[in-house]
Ligand binder design. Sequence first.
Ligand SMILES: Cc1cc2nc3c(=O)[nH]c(=O)nc-3n(C[C@H](O)[C@H](O)[C@H](O)COP(=O)(O)OP(=O)(O)OC[C@H]3O[C@@H](n4cnc5c(N)ncnc54)[C@H](O)[C@@H]3O)c2cc1C
Length: 512
Amino acid sequence: MSTALPSSVDVVVVGAGNAAFCAALSAAEHGVSVLMLERAPEEEAGGNSRFTAGAFRCVYDGVEDLRKLMPDLTDEEVANSDFGSYPAEKFFDDMGRVTEYRTDPDLCELLVTRSKSTMLWMRDKGVRFVPIWGRQAYKIGGKFKFWGGLTVEAWGGGPGLVESLTQIARRNRISIAYGARAVSLIADDEGIKGVRLKRAGRTVDVMARCVVLAAGGFQANAEMRTRYLGPGWELAKVRGTRFNTGDGIRMALDIGAMPTGNWSGGHAVGWDRNAPEFGDLEVGDNFQKHSYPWGIMLNANGERFVDEGADFRNYTYAKYGRVILLQPGQFAWQVFDAKIIPMLRDEYRIKRVTKVRAESLEELVGKLDDVNAEKALETIRAYNAAVMTAVPFDPNVKDGRGTRGLAIPKSNWANTIDAPPFEAYAVTCGLTFTFGGLKIDTSARVLDTESTVIPGLYAAGELVGGLFYFNYPGGTGLMNGAVFGRIAGASAGQRAVQCHELAKSRSMADRQ
Ligand SMILES: Cc1cc2nc3c(=O)[nH]c(=O)nc-3n(C[C@H](O)[C@H](O)[C@H](O)COP(=O)(O)OP(=O)(O)OC[C@H]3O[C@@H](n4cnc5c(N)ncnc54)[C@H](O)[C@@H]3O)c2cc1C
């Protein structure tokens, strides 16, 4: 049965992804009424958050911090793992490096310094976390060694996260209206007064003291993609939800909010060439193909076009989608041999995969659709000859096993491609989310083009600009939504309480 819409409420949260749930739960801590509006029907609800692997990048100073976050960790698991640590300095370094030091320092500071406490807050609410055994650790000498600062995921991945946040929200008496698309903000000179929405073909106004926008970026809007990211982006596939079409950003800009951040940038990865236009919840993030650091990538001309081993996957995957989009025909083939095939991530073994297999390199290049086979063979041979084979291969560190003398070097993990069978996987650009968005302050209040707070309007998650430029450290999207969702919800909850108190004192004054 669909939730009845109230005519007024203290706080409206637009969206029902991770940022929105964190905002709603945080606002509800102030004892105010909270309504979440979710554009998607319940079966498709949860935004991009539901498509994720549930990986959260957070500060931890050692295994004791992880035990607090994951009390189910057994002594045996701890003994069999080298979790290392991920201190705040490292998180700052990663954010600075991958964004070329453009990340907003105030927002970045909050993201990093609140990451641990926000994770513990989510755990206290009932979200369960587990170590990412599969994807972020390799077994060495009988021990799992974690390597990328990305160690924790929500139990059940993105679907598990959204499911548990939904149940927790319901337990906290937060109403969720599905199929309810916010279309505009109701505001006057004093600030926000409510939201206009469309549900089942009808336009409805819900009055509210505060509105938190957590409706995602504009990646699912081909027109906005082309307008802001540039020509060719209408040809990219969308990895996640079809519902993030920039509504939250547009509604805020319409009432004078300030746009900020990397409007021509986005998080985009190598994604199966034949994946559907938008994400498919049955496949989730398994259309991605992230083992390219161990192999090479060839374009339609049969040429390599990027340093596949420039850095750990976590620090290159989010920008290489754009590089693939720029190739002729917007695709590439990832090539591996028998030495590496057993190391390929699970996503290479799904049914819906564009893959070829061959017993010789000659046979392989002939099977690469739309590729200059002769040139591809030449490229693979030149690459094989350039590999510094004396340097040992070690997937856990940047091993320096590179190439010598190639116009486009491979800096690490350069393995010759000479042991049959060979496999190749076709990828195109899969856009995850856009980086440009709304300008907020450290209380997650939305600022207008005069840098003045728009009273009653808050924002969190993908639709906030300023944190990410050019690239993004894996696992930061969920952490971003959680940290700023929690801040936005607290700010909105506090304001709603103040509005109540003000209204009460005014009515008492009127009566006297
Ligand atoms: C395949 C994939 C894998 C990923 N893996 C990871 C990962 O492991 N770790 C990580 O940190 N990040 C990951 N990301 C990125 C991550 O998904 C996002 O950064 C994060 O989920 C954004 O959260 P959000 O709450 O801001 O937006 P979303 O979760 O997208 O939520 C937006 C919500 O707004 C709703 N909405 C949109 N318009 C309206 C409207 N007009 N009215 C009402 N509701 C509206 C949507 O339906 C949705 O519910 C991944 C993304 C994808 C696509």
